[in-house]
Write a protein that binds this ligand. Structure first.
Ligand code: ADP
Length: 252
């Protein structure tokens, strides 16, 4: 059995903008990364490092210039296979949903996009609202929710198709510490008890330290270090992860 969830080799991505697409931003310089099935893997790095770009490429939202990509046993060529999209999902920190739909309607709406419906979808929506503790807000409109509750809804929505691989882009950005802690507990639960492989990005060193078995430290579009938190600390001779992050971020 193939134990690899994601295998990326030499992923390069350049954004081209402006008149005649002459302005270039080299976002990814050649990323090699392997995530094993069942892992809770973290991509840690400062803003602008290329984290979101990488996740968007894995999700098939963005194309890549070059490099090979294997996801859940499928080799990704130019077009992203629809059947693979059914086995994955993604949640972003600054999630945006149809503002006039309620929490429940939003979850149902996303379920329908995955071809679900009827009693099965209804049951799943209720189960997910309970999982993220949003039952009491089920009839609240999206635009009336707090930032934390919006993020809980984003998590619930990303579980609607029972994905095998879940990508989380900065899942606790801009949240109060108590809400961040709750979201992190949910992420652990998703990985441990639902058996979902999780690949998350964060610029919070403590988040990576608390959640992730292995961490890739990325800066300037390149992986600068990869390993368990203990291995990363040893690599830069740091006493703790905070010091390791400062050392890694400072390295040119
Ligand atoms: P991170 O998620 O680590 O903050 P991003 O992947 O968002 O980093 O961005 C990586 C680099 O690519 C940054 O220099 C950013 O400014 C640039 N970038 C991101 N999106 C675009 C875009 N749509 N057009 C041009 N440049 C972009």
């Amino acid at each position: 059995m193939d134990e690899t969830a994601v295998k990326a080799q030499g992923i390069i991505k350049t954004y081209r903008s402006g008149i005649f697409k002459k302005r270039e931003t080299k976002a990814l310089l050649g990323i090699d990364l392997e995530v094993r099935k069942g892992e809770l893997f973290g991509i840690l790095g400062p803003n602008g490092a290329g984290k979101t770009t990488f996740l968007n490429i894995i999700m098939g939202i963005l194309g890549r210039d070059s490099g090979t990509l294997l996801i859940l046993g499928e080799q990704i060529a130019r077009s992203f296979p629809e059947r693979l999209k059914m086995r994955m999902n993604m949640s972003s920190g600054n999630a945006n949903f149809p503002w006039s739909l309620t929490v429940r309607e939003n979850i149902i709406f996303y379920g329908m996009l995955y071809g679900m419906g009827g009693a099965k979808l209804s049951k799943k929506a209720d189960e997910l609202m309970e999982f993220v503790s949003l039952e009491q807000y089920k009839d609240r409109r999206f635009d009336e929710l707090s930032t934390g509750n919006k993020q809980k809804l984003a998590l619930a929505k990303s579980l609607i198709n029972s994905p095998e691989l879940l990508l989380l882009d900065e899942p606790t950005t801009g949240m109060d510490p108590d809400i961040s802690a709750k979201i992190r507990a949910m992420i652990k639960d998703i990985n441990k008890n639902r058996g979902i492989t999780v690949l998350l990005t964060t610029h919070y060193m403590k988040e990576a330290e608390e959640l992730c078995g292995r961490i890739a430290f990325i800066k300037g579009g390149a992986i600068r270090a990869l390993g368990t938190k203990e291995e990363l600390q040893t690599m830069v001779n740091a006493r703790d992860m905070e010091e390791a992050f400062i050392e890694l971020a400072a390295e040119e």
